[in-house]
Write a protein that binds this ligand. Sequence first.
Ligand code: FAD
Length: 476
Amino acid sequence: MTTITLSLPCTNPYFLSSSPKRFRFNTQSAQLSPSSSSPLQSPPLPKTTGVIVIGAGLAGLAAATHLNSQNIPFLLLEASDAVGGRVRTDIVDGFLLDRGFQIFITAYPEAQKLLNYQSLNLQKFYSGARIFYDGQFHTVADPLRHFWDSARSLTNPIGSPLDKLLIGSTRIRALVKSDEEILTAEEVPTIELLKKLGFSDSIIRRFFRPFFGGIFFDPDLETTSRLFNFIFKCLALGDNTLPARGISAIPEQLAARLPSGSILLNSKAVSVDLDNSDSPLVRLQNGDVLKSELGVIVAVEEPAAVHLLSGRTGPVPKKPVRSTVCLYFTANRDQIPVPDPVLFLNGSGKGIVNNMFFVTNVAPSFGPPDKGLVSVSLIGLFEGVSDEELVGKVVNELSGWFGEKMVSKWNHLRTYRIGFAQPNQCPPTDLKKDPRVESGLYVCGDHLTSATFDGALVSGRRAAESLLKDRALTAA
Ligand SMILES: Cc1cc2nc3c(=O)[nH]c(=O)nc-3n(C[C@H](O)[C@H](O)[C@H](O)COP(=O)(O)OP(=O)(O)OC[C@H]3O[C@@H](n4cnc5c(N)ncnc54)[C@H](O)[C@@H]3O)c2cc1C
């Protein structure tokens, strides 16, 4: 068993220590590299240990970004072969396949502070949706961005004219509140809020269930009204987009700004021990033990966090996690029935498809120039149904939407079954959980905040801030 201590040549007065070193940070770039090949082997410089962040999803990357901005040395451990966690994109036969249907809303407040939107080259969705109901498609549009579409939709059967006015007033209610107010407000399940606001059963079944049910992976809309209002506000203020290089461009942008060598991939932590001090030891699956004098931030998804923190946090409420299945199909571009970058929702109340869209209509870069990419999302895991059966059911269902002649020509490319898509965020929730487990040990991830990209980013920053405050490394 090897014990590894993270080290950094002293570049600021907080880092004074002289523990044995195996890895060493480069003073100029804070680069972590094995000492055997490091150009900084001699002369020895004053050194100290740093922070270990476990998990390189958005939360871990945000924690690392914050530590880096304060010149705090850290090592980011990631169990898998790349950064991003749930936000990953695969390249298959020249197509970009996001692991599940994911949308980046430009109004996410923490994301606005952290990300360079221009280099993400964000491709916009239509602001609204097309709903399959009663054998036809009906448009629901944002009146501020697509006034005429919205005016035309006033009389469609998706909801009454009153429902459409209520959408406007719900939007104003969300816009006048701060995010803090929204995330800590009195809460009820979203379905109750919608009924209380006066929405009709029709618009709830035909629009809200597939739309917000698809965002929360919760068709019953039991998710907290806090999350509903937060997303509603972000949707009103921003655009729904996809980065041109796939959703993984978001975590990759954060990772690219970290010191080279500060992320260790394929490095699964199996335990965190506090060693009777506040300098935790992290054991890796390969038997190595890492020691950190400044502290450990556990940035893994909720089930893995429960395991790693074994008993150090309070009881975890047993609520079912949210799952989804995403199927991708390819087609020639002339076999894509519409050119619009619009999200299609199943408002019929029948079948297994919740939502779908033509990815290459939103972002042509997701496929070769002459090809189209189709993304279809289901809610739940469909454990008893084989991949082949699922493809058959989906093709059959969408043939009813777009015609058998068109859909039968699509080729199934890949199916993603995502067992843990999001933690359950039904009331009661606490979307501002304290990241501090005890001195030296902190936790972050979307299970501490809102189960969104933004929530994960916020939670990472908060965990880093809490650690730095405990260590008196920042002006509190
Ligand atoms: C299909 C899908 C669609 C989504 N759509 C949206 C959307 O449209 N908009 C939105 O805002 N949010 C969406 N989300 C939610 C959003 O992706 C998550 O809330 C967010 O990415 C969570 O980030 P995280 O860092 O908390 O966790 P994760 O992304 O799960 O990161 C945890 C990381 O820890 C690593 N890890 C786990 N155990 C260990 C260990 N023992 N040692 C080392 N590393 C470990 C994991 O490999 C992983 O990389 C979606 C999620 C899914 C799955």
